[in-house]
Design a protein around this ligand. Sequence first.
Ligand code: GTP
Ligand code: MG
Length: 344
Amino acid sequence: MKFLDLARVTIRSGSGGNGCISFRREKFIEYGGPDGGDGGDGGDVWAEAVEGLNTLIDFRYQQHFFAKNGQPGMGRQRTGKDGDDIVLRVPVGTEILDEDEETVIADLTEVGQRVCLARGGNGGFGNLHFKSSTNQAPRRANPGQPGVEREIWLRLKLIADAGLLGLPNAGKSTFLAATSNARPKIADYPFTTLHPNLGVVGVDGAEFVMADIPGLIEGAHEGRGIGDRFLGHVERCSVLLHLVDGTSEDVAADWQTIITELEAYGGELAFKPRITALNKIDALDDEERAERIAALEAVAGPVLAMSGVSREGLTEVLRAVRAKIEKDRKLARDADKEDEPWRP
Ligand SMILES: Nc1nc2c(ncn2[C@@H]2O[C@H](COP(=O)(O)OP(=O)(O)OP(=O)(O)O)[C@@H](O)[C@H]2O)c(=O)[nH]1
Ligand SMILES: [Mg+2]
């Protein structure tokens, strides 16, 4: 499936139908009170987060979403039909931004969550509505209110529990393939991964979602390599798993490159719980392993050692990731509880 995480769309809600001016008549002769019905309401435009979508690619092919207008009111007290609403179906994790690409209108983080982006105009009142004791035959009706047209941006920030970080070729996709149902492309050249992949990982009977993103290089925040725009997809993770290629000559410098980019990206990312793992240990002898682990621990603190190819150490890494996810989920649950009113 093709990937797109930013899309601009134009939406328009329907106008309300006009109210009707009409009088009871028989054989073309008006003989009584007013019977003009109200106009129907214009359709709304909604966005709803749905299951099973991981991309905004559909919005590359359709960028205009116009709801139907309400129909005008009619004689014999008939109300015009309301215009149908339309719903933009978006992946969970989609932020909806105003035209300025900054103001967040809504953040749809759960399946089924929906938001109205443009209300349809109200239908106008027909002359029946204006009948009163002093005016039994009003020649008056309201026009329908116009709909609203606006430009919005959709920005997808995938929702995963854990996010992989590392230089190109660190072995992120190999790790995701070895531990989950995902089948990302793997190759021995940098920037094999061009967009995020999600995989469902199982360990000790628990499951979580892990995101693999393109590798970062020095200067990614200035747009070098593929840049750092995919970091948005790991912003909501509970934990980051930073893989360092153990076959590199300078693991400490490699680690620092990623940390510098995280800090440059800003926000909470650099402060998120993080696990550091020395990868590709299958390619190292015992002496090299000890030396690389020591070099990495000197800058990064405690480090796990693993290999996505020989699978050595994978379970320990997954358990560490799972523990951090559960801690984060518990914190979130406790925070929710605090919001609830106190009950004896
Ligand atoms: N020896 C060894 N090689 C590995 C291991 N993991 C990955 N590799 C190799 O390293 C190369 C890069 O692996 P990928 O999984 O594509 O790396 P990546 O981090 O996803 O790279 P990008 O998508 O380019 O950022 C491939 O040739 C893999 O076969 C490992 O544990 N041991
Ligand atoms: Mg990759």
